[in-house]
Design a protein around this ligand. Structure first.
Ligand SMILES: *[C@@H]1O[C@H](CO)[C@@H](O)[C@H](O)[C@H]1NC(C)=O
Ligand SMILES: *[C@@H]1O[C@H](CO)[C@@H](O)[C@H](O)[C@H]1NC(C)=O
Ligand SMILES: *[C@@H]1O[C@H](CO)[C@@H](O)[C@H](O)[C@H]1NC(C)=O
Ligand SMILES: *[C@@H]1O[C@H](CO)[C@@H](O)[C@H](O)[C@H]1NC(C)=O
Ligand SMILES: *[C@@H]1O[C@H](CO)[C@@H](O)[C@H](O)[C@H]1NC(C)=O
Ligand SMILES: *[C@@H]1O[C@H](CO)[C@@H](O)[C@H](O)[C@H]1NC(C)=O
Ligand SMILES: *[C@@H]1O[C@H](CO)[C@@H](O)[C@H](O)[C@H]1NC(C)=O
Ligand SMILES: *[C@@H]1O[C@H](CO)[C@@H](O)[C@H](O)[C@H]1NC(C)=O
Ligand SMILES: *[C@@H]1O[C@H](CO)[C@@H](O)[C@H](O)[C@H]1NC(C)=O
Ligand SMILES: *[C@@H]1O[C@H](CO)[C@@H](O)[C@H](O)[C@H]1NC(C)=O
Length: 542
């Protein structure tokens, strides 16, 4: 299950329209708790200390308002005994503890009182002799005879009725310490987290717990199709809109409550004049050269309209090489075949000081045209680009071009680049005549180990085939031989057939399988793996 949600997040990240920051993982073993508040939010950095609950300048689940509310609640309790008042205060202020979700055990029902450490349940453990761990006993001893108004220790009686009076002592309700601690105590061993009257803190050297989920923090309201981290590792990201603008934005510190800093009026690059923007068209992908930090090169994938732009003049993907006659395709949504095209273009950061990190805009003119191809219809043309983490080659995702059922079988056609993932070398320079000789679609060269060397029927650009509309793919950063891809399928058999086909035609020991959600057959997940049989992949995912 863990891996499945990891995959889901990876894909979600790419598709998300709201920019989010992955905050922290939820808890599995309580002893390895991570900071989390009872409202399932991450604690935020304290601005100074809270006037009631204090805090040591770190993070807290309370701001000034929550702190003031706790003070009010405490004062209303009118606890006359000073020792008991101190204990009650620490119980109330546990809400502000950065680990409050665990103290109040939010994985089940939220409690009114945190779990109080109870020495009784771990009598066999050596540590239980330490009296500070038996906090439940301390609460009982200190407060049992003290009247507390609207006591947090009131438990609703059977049938939902409260205590007869809002004013109570612990002894009104519980016979004994053991009685009381059965209701409020937790074992003070390493298997559970409980309040011992102090701030809960965990050694930072503890191993990370197994991930079980993620928390998201909203940091922006904008609508973006792509997000790419600045390759210099600073807290900046590039964001792009489908309409054709790319911005450089600063991401706030995790948990600071800050928002994304971005100047809408000053994009890093504005291609909206070149880009054809419509429901399935627009600026589809951005990718930064592996050596961007020194060469400032980056790449943009977008769609253009041949009737609007003279630079939108690629060869038609429906052509005689694949026995496709454009005049037989007809119009689609009023568009002529290959009126709309897919373009991958190279740009460069505008650098004045030779330090690429300082660039805040790009040179507006195209440096080099990497790829241009006319599209048969008006849908399914992928457009994502990314660089392989180990080989440094560009991967270009391309859909089957659209229309129900891929009527010309482009996706399975080894000579067509529709319905494929391409692998291109954008560093190898080709002369005009070489480009013409090899019938390339732009300024790139073919990596020597592309799959065509094993299957000479394949167009040399092709790395994977049989896709309908690959929409957000990613290499696993931990295991770069794993490639995840969400594909938009029409029917199960279509995708199964195509994936089987790819297994047969694959090389580099990469195997593929697709996994179908039983609820949503239209979306499938494509997994590849090295050195693993398919069963193992299956098992590691679910
Ligand atoms: C911290 O609190 C002070 C006073 O309440 C305020 O002036 C200041 O802006 C706050 N700082 C931050 C970073 O919120
Ligand atoms: C608070 O307690 C004091 C005595 O300890 C008592 O005189 C006073 O009336 C109480 N206040 C309320 C609101 O019950
Ligand atoms: C926390 O809740 C889980 C069930 O959701 C339960 O198994 C566990 O015992 C609880 N822990 C404590 C300390 O109450
Ligand atoms: C608790 O209060 C009762 C009377 O209200 C008294 O008899 C008893 O001695 C008190 N016990 C303690 C431990 O203070
Ligand atoms: C919990 O584990 C830590 C380190 O493993 C140990 O130092 C500590 O004494 C343990 N605490 C209890 C209450 O068992
Ligand atoms: C989202 O928009 C609302 C309303 O304009 C604004 O109050 C809020 O701060 C914005 N949130 C972020 C994270 O930008
Ligand atoms: C480049 O600029 C960044 C941001 O201003 C700075 O942090 C970095 O140290 C600079 N690098 C060099 C080599 O000057
Ligand atoms: C190669 O790039 C140059 C410069 O952008 C461009 O003029 C030329 O048309 C490109 N070649 C192809 C085949 O796209
Ligand atoms: C596409 O493939 C299907 C199934 O193999 C076949 O029935 C159909 O005739 C093919 N269409 C074209 C245009 O080749
Ligand atoms: C490409 O060049 C080779 C030799 O350089 C030649 O044999 C071949 O016919 C050329 N192909 C095309 C399509 O021009």
């Amino acid at each position: 299950m863990g891996k499945k949600s990891l995959l889901a997040t990876r894909l979600l990240c790419w598709c998300s329209l709201v920019v989010v920051v992955f905050l922290l993982l939820l808890l599995t073993a309580p002893a390895l708790a991570l900071p989390l508040c009872t409202d399932s939010r991450a604690p935020v950095a304290l601005n100074g200390t809270l006037s009631f609950c204090g805090g040591n300048g770190g993070t807290s689940c309370c701001g000034a308002a929550a702190d003031a509310a706790l003070r009010k609640q405490f004062e209303a309790m009118n606890v006359s005994d000073a020792a008991c008042a101190g204990v009650v205060k620490s119980v109330l202020c546990a809400k502000c503890n950065p680990y409050s979700a665990e103290l109040f055990n939010s994985s089940s029902k939220i409690r009114t009182v945190p779990v109080l450490c109870n020495g009784l349940s771990s009598a066999s453990s050596a540590q239980s002799k330490d009296s500070t761990q038996n906090y439940c006993k301390l609460v009982w001893e200190t407060c049992k005879n003290v009247t507390i108004l609207d006591s947090p220790f009131q438990l609703p009686l059977q049938g939902g009725a409260g205590l007869p009076s809002s004013s109570s002592k612990l002894t009104d309700v519980w016979q004994s310490e053991s009685d009381f601690c059965t209701s409020f105590g937790g074992s003070s061993d390493n298997q559970s987290v409980c309040l011992n009257g102090n701030e809960v803190s965990f050694s930072s050297t503890e191993p990370s717990p197994t991930s079980k989920g993620i928390c998201l923090e909203r940091i922006g309201n904008g609508s973006y199709l792509n997000m790419a981290p600045h390759p210099d590792g600073s807290n900046r990201v590039f964001l792009s809109s489908q309409a054709g603008k790319i911005w450089l934005a600063t991401v706030p510190e995790q948990g600071s409550g800050g928002i994304l800093q971005l100047d809408e009026a000053s994009p890093f690059l504005d291609l909206s004049d070149e880009v054809h923007f419509d429901s399935q068209f627009g600026l589809m992908g951005i990718a930064f050269h592996p050596k961007f930090a020194t060469n400032g090169r980056f790449f943009v994938s977008y769609n253009c309209d041949r009737t609007q732009s003279p630079n939108c003049a690629g060869r038609c993907s429906c052509n005689s090489d694949i026995n496709c006659d454009p005049s037989k395709l007809g119009t689609d949504n009023g568009a002529q075949p290959c009126q709309y095209q897919v373009v991958v273009s190279e740009y460069s950061a505008k650098v004045s000081s030779s330090n690429v990190s300082e660039a805040t805009s790009a040179n507006p003119s195209e440096l080099r045209r990497i790829f241009t191809m006319g599209l048969p219809y008006t849908a399914h043309h992928g457009g994502q680009i990314l660089f392989g983490p180990t080989d440094g080659y560009m991967y270009l995702m391309m859909g089957d071009g659209g229309n129900k059922g891929d009527p010309f079988n482009f996706s399975q056609n080894k000579k067509s680049l529709l319905g494929k993932i391409m692998r291109l070398d954008v560093d190898g320079v080709q002369s005009k005549s070489q480009i013409a000789n090899l019938s390339l679609w732009g300024n790139y060269s073919i990596p020597k180990d592309n799959p065509f060397t094993d299957d000479s029927d394949l167009q040399p650009e092709i790395w994977a085939l049989g896709l309908r509309n690959p929409w957000r793919c990613s290499f696993d950063s931990d295991r770069p031989s794993y490639f995840y891809c969400a594909d938009v399928g029409q029917v199960v058999s279509e995708i199964l057939a195509s994936m089987n086909h790819f297994i047969l035609s694959s090389r580099c020991d990469i195997t593929y399988l697709s996994i179908f959600s039983s609820l949503q057959l239209s979306s499938a997940l494509l997994i590849s793996a090295t050195d693993l049989d398919l069963d193992m992949v299956m098992h590691s995912i679910f």
